[in-house]
Design a protein around this ligand. Structure first.
Ligand SMILES: [Zn+2]
Ligand SMILES: [Zn+2]
Length: 148
C-alpha cells in the first residue's frame, strides 16, 4: 500500500475481473450467478469471510498471501475462511464429495443447486440441497445469468 491511488485502481480492476470470471464460469458450468442482496445466508457467509480477511484470520493460498496488489480471490462455502488464487482454487475446489454435499445442512444429495456471487474481488461459490435452497431464498433468487 505504498501508492493508494494505484492500489484503488488495481482493486477496481480486480473487482471487474471477478465479475467477468464469474460470468464466464457460469456460462461454462451452467451455474447461475445470483444476486445475493437480500439473501441472509449468503450475506452471512460473505460477512464471515470478510471479517476473517480483515482481521488476518483468513487462510490464504501462498500466492494470495504473497501478492501485494489486489487480485481476484476465490472462496467456497465448503471451505470457510479460505481464499485461493485461480490455479489453487481449481485444485482445492475439485472435490467429488463436496459436489454432492449441501453447504448449509451437510446433507448428501445428487440434487445440489450450485451458484456463485461476487463481493468485491471475491468470487464465492456454494451448493445447497433443495430444502436449503428454498429456505435461503437461493432457489428463487434473481440470477444475473441464465439458469440451466
Ligand atoms: Zn494460489
Ligand atoms: Zn441443505
Amino acid at each position: 500500500m505504498t501508492h493508494p491511488t494505484h492500489t484503488a485502481d488495481q482493486l477496481a480492476a480486480a473487482i471487474r475481473d471477478a465479475a467477468s470470471v464469474i460470468t464466464t464460469a457460469a456460462r461454462e458450468r451452467s451455474t447461475p450467478v445470483l444476486d445475493s442482496s437480500g439473501l441472509p445466508w449468503i450475506e452471512a457467509q460473505c460477512a464471515q469471510l470478510r471479517d476473517a480477511y480483515l482481521t488476518g484470520h483468513a487462510r490464504e493460498c501462498a500466492h494470495i498471501a504473497r501478492t501485494t496488489s489486489p487480485t481476484v480471490m476465490y472462496a467456497a462455502a465448503w471451505r470457510p475462511g479460505h481464499l485461493y488464487c485461480a490455479p489453487c482454487a481449481a485444485v482445492a475446489f475439485l472435490d467429488a464429495t463436496e459436489d454432492n454435499t449441501c453447504d448449509r445442512c451437510r446433507r448428501t444429495t445428487e440434487d445440489i443447486t450450485t451458484g456463485s456471487v461476487c463481493f468485491g474481488p471475491v468470487v464465492f461459490a456454494f451448493g445447497l440441497c433443495p430444502p436449503c435452497a428454498d429456505e435461503t431464498g437461493v432457489a428463487n433468487a434473481p440470477a444475473k445469468s441464465p439458469r440451466r
